[in-house]
Design a protein around this ligand. Structure first.
Ligand code: PEP
Ligand code: MG
Length: 560
């Protein structure tokens, strides 16, 4: 065992974890010197067996996965069983190639066709290549790419994880996640926090850590220690206990030390999340990302199918509020059935509400289902639109929401235009919710999917805080409440700043609620306002964080 070495990435899901490293194997490529198959029959048999073993393995994983992951895994298994794919590979075998190269060539031939077809097919190219990589590994007898099967609680390490990989992780065995790539608002970060698995992203050299090495990670500070010694583990244990005690001692609705209420809400992505969050001490849901339910659906869900899902999502919350976001399809969340064709810049294209405007049938079906489920369960359902830029869009959305008998309409404020014009935009709706993930992306002109731009995407960027302040100012003018549902809401120090800027609710992964509740309970509204002023006065993101850390109550920062 080597000596301890601590490195720092970005903590994106709270909590600490210790365990051996399991590296997620990278894609496998056929060896350059692969000989042709001994006979065409033997080659065909090898290809058939490899593809079949991939299908069987994916189906076995599907059987253990939750409903959402099951759909994704089963759809991928179907690709492995596609007769046309086998035929394409067999043609290569007959042409004298080895089995691994034959599979790889057939996959690329299919990928080119899928890409040319666009839309749904183009989006399946990643799954297709995943099948190819697994089949090549099977034919070569090397470990399959992706998360291997293991039975000791471990920390998994990858360059990044695909959404389907993250969603299918076994919570009992995966005690922590480390990625070398990714970012604060990447799928891995959002899903890990939602699943309550401590996680660190952007850790340099992570994929080079040897398999089986013990590491200790801290999902709050972003610190990862390779070969931690007894002393560090003991310190971590003491800190864990102190935090558990402090965070476990506060209960009930969120409020500042002087009683200013700040609703603490959950971000959820489906029925499983709703059942877990519903059982927790929080005031409802501030963001139900409905598109997460349909990520792998290949046709639009019917009103009946949607009604059934929404009923099961609302039920665990009783009379607590559930804020539902209508489909935010496009860009980082493509939906096969809501695709308007390739675009040069999807994040700036017809996504979110813009897509709903072009496909009102999708929006109407969703609103109808939400209306039925709300009436049947008696839930306090509030519906909001993603990617709203203008007051006109907000008014259009509100009309459609009301037409479906839903009483409360709101908008996400995640485009700087809507933030700057929030007095007019919010006058058209009942409430607003700041999506700081996209607001940071668009304010800083930095793609949120690009881990290398993490510094620009930091929600502590004073420019982002200025835009949030403008949105809060307009909301006050319009007399409408505005909350935050981006990842920044779950950072306890930033939560103080957001409250100081004037937001009235914070929605986050449920695992982040206890720390935020305690942070609020230790600071008055005036103190939050003072911290907000310091953060906005700072020269850059690092100084904004430092100013708040040094001026927040020491009893709280000692827990961080
Ligand atoms: C956001 O943009 O901050 C947000 C909450 O929505 P999403 O992360 O789903 O885009
Ligand atoms: Mg968004």
């Amino acid at each position: 065992m080597g000596s301890p070495e601590t490195r720092r990435g970005i903590g994106v899901s709270p909590g600490t974890a210790v365990g051996p490293v399991v590296q997620v194997a990278p894609p496998v490529r056929p060896p350059a010197d692969e000989p042709p198959a001994v006979t065409p029959e033997a080659g065909a048999d090898a290809v058939r067996a490899a593809l079949e073993s991939v299908a069987v393995e994916l189906e076995a994983r599907a059987a253990k996965a939750d409903e959402h992951a099951q759909q994704i895994l089963k759809a991928t298994a179907l690709i492995a069983r596609d007769k046309g794919l086998f035929k394409a590979a067999n043609k290569q075998i007959i042409a004298g190639r080895g089995p691994a190269h034959s599979i790889a060539a057939a996959i690329e031939e299919y990928a080119a066709q899928f890409e040319a077809l666009g839309g749904y097919f183009a989006e399946r190219v990643t799954d297709l290549r995943d099948v190819g990589s697994r089949a090549v590994a099977a034919v070569l007898g090397v470990p399959a790419p992706g998360v291997p099967i293991f039975d000791v609680p471990s920390i998994i390490v990858a360059d990044d994880l695909a959404p389907a990989e993250t969603a299918t992780l076994d919570r009992a065995l995966v005690v922590g996640i480390i990625t070398e790539g990714g970012g604060r608002t990447s799928h891995t970060a959002i899903l890990a926090a939602q699943m309550g698995i401590p996680a660190v992203v952007q850790l340099e050299g992570a994929t080079a850590i040897a398999e089986g090495t013990t590491v200790a990670l801290d999902g709050d500070s972003g610190a990862v220690t390779i070969n931690p010694d007894e002393e560090l583990l003991a310190q971590q244990q003491v800190r864990r206990e102190r935090r558990a005690q402090a965070f476990g001692s506060a209960h009930g609705p969120g409020a500042t030390a002087d009683g200013h209420p700040v609703a603490l809400l959950a971000n959820i992505g489906g029925v499983d999340d709703a059942e877990r969050a519903g059982a927790q001490d929080l005031e409802g849901v501030g963001l139900f990302r409905t598109e997460f339910v349909f990520l792998s659906a290949d046709r639009a869900p019917t009103v009946e199918e949607q009604t059934d899902i929404y009923r099961r999502v609302f039920a665990p919350f009783g009379s607590r509020r559930v804020v539902v976001r209508t489909l935010d399809a496009g860009a980082d969340k493509p939906l096969a059935f809501a695709d308007l064709g390739p675009e040069e810049n999807p994040a700036l294209g017809r996504r979110g509400l813009r897509l709903s405007a072009e496909r009102p049938d999708l929006l109407d079906a969703q609103l109808e289902a939400l209306g039925i489920a709300a009436r049947e369960t008696g839930a306090d359902v509030r519906v909001m639109a993603p990617m709203v830029a203008t007051a006109e869009e907000a008014a259009w959305f509100t009309r459609r929401v009301r037409e479906n008998g839903l009483p409360k309409a709101g908008v996400m404020i995640e485009v700087p235009a809507a933030a700057l014009r929030s007095a007019h935009v919010l006058a058209e709706v009942d409430f607003g919710s700041l999506g700081t993930n996209d607001l940071a992306q668009y304010t800083m002109a930095a793609d949120r999917m690009q881990g290398e731009l993490s510094d620009l995407l930091d929600p502590w960027q004073p420019a982002v805080l200025d835009v949030v302040a403008a949105a809060c100012h307009g909301a006050q003018h319009a007399g409408r409440p505005v909350g935050v549902c981006g990842e920044s809401a779950g950072d306890p120090l930033l939560a103080l700043v957001l409250v100081g800027l004037g937001i009235s609710s914070l929605s986050m992964a449920p695992s982040k609620v206890p720390a935020v509740r305690v942070a609020l309970s230790m600071h008055t509204l005036a103190q939050c306002q003072g911290l907000a002023a310091l953060a906005r006065d700072a020269w850059d993101a690092g100084q904004a964080l430092e100013a708040v850390r040094t001026n927040a109550r020491a009893e709280f920062t000692a827990l961080l």
